[in-house]
Write a protein that binds this ligand. Structure first.
Ligand code: LER
Ligand code: MN
Length: 272
């Protein structure tokens, strides 16, 4: 399992990321020994791809995934909007992320961009609009050889797809090989009956992992049992990235350092 940290390329309302000058954040993460960074990006088309990929290779860091939530948080574009124009704009923006992901040899996350829906009476309607958008995205991603990571998100952030089971049903329905699950321990702690059982049950679909403790702080600062989570990930043969998506508290540097040493200690002790 390879360790990664979420870095935002520009200023964002979402707090569980490293913010500020991205180059110095990347320098620091590389100096700690991280193997990859997950990049939270709002406008993929405006990124200087050459500068970004040159800098990452200079630091010998891979990109574990590209995040897309800022498109929703900052611009209110969502894949389940009832307005065709908004949905189309959101899909187009994800296509731009897919183009960037192809260059950086990484995957694209579909999390909050599905929309922060709280009108439960209309959930089916929103879900079907979301599935149409997702299907269009998957067709484009498949043509580019890029994987899409569908992230179950807890009920306080959206009404759509809160559990691994609901994401799995969506994946079986759409039948795209490029579509997998991003499991996030923070959301799972709220929504899953049993975190380990869900990981075992949907093992073959899990393609990316977010780690944060029950309170969105670094692993070890809340009540999630990460020894148990890592043990199950080991059992299913998970060898991809674990990305820390945590509040930078008390500050980014200590949060990044503490997460890495806490998880490494567990990995080494159990020889995962
Ligand atoms: C994003 O990865 C996430 O976990 C969501 O909570 C974003 O709001
Ligand atoms: Mn997450």
């Amino acid at each position: 399992m390879k360790l990664s940290f979420v870095v935002s390329i520009s200023q964002t309302e979402f707090e569980a990321v490293a913010q500020g000058p991205w180059k110095s954040n990347i320098d620091y993460l590389a100096s700690l020994g991280y193997e990859a960074v997950e990049l939270a990006i709002r406008e993929a088309a405006n990124i200087d791809k050459r500068e970004l990929s040159d800098y990452l290779s200079f630091k010998e860091l891979k990109v574990s995934a590209l995040g897309t939530g800022q498109i929703y948080l900052k611009e209110n574009l969502s894949l389940s909007s009832k307005e065709d124009e908004i949905r189309e704009k959101a899909v187009k923006r994800i296509h731009e992320h897919i183009d960037l992901a192809k260059e950086l040899q990484t995957s694209v996350i579909i999390g909050l961009i599905r929309g922060g829906i709280f009108d439960y009476s209309q959930r089916q309607r929103y879900e079907s609009l979301f599935l149409d958008s997702l299907s269009e995205i998957c067709a484009y991603a498949a043509s580019k050889g890029v994987n899409i990571l569908l992230e179950p998100i807890n009920r306080y952030e959206t009404a759509l797809l809160p559990t691994l089971e609901s994401a799995a049903k969506t994946i079986y329905k759409l039948k795209y090989n490029c579509l997998g699950i991003l499991m996030d321990t923070f959301h799972m702690n709220i929504e899953e009956k049993d975190i380990s059982e869900s990981i075992l049950k949907f093992a073959s679909l899990i393609k990316h992992v977010h780690f944060s403790d029950s309170n969105r702080l670094a692993p070890g600062q809340g009540h999630i049992d990460f020894c148990k989570v890592l043990d199950v990930l080991k059992k299913i043969g998970y060898e991809k990235y674990i990305s820390f998506e945590i509040l930078p508290k008390p500050d980014f540097k200590s949060a990044a350092k503490d997460s890495l040493s806490y998880i490494r200690k567990i990995l080494e002790k159990e020889r995962i």
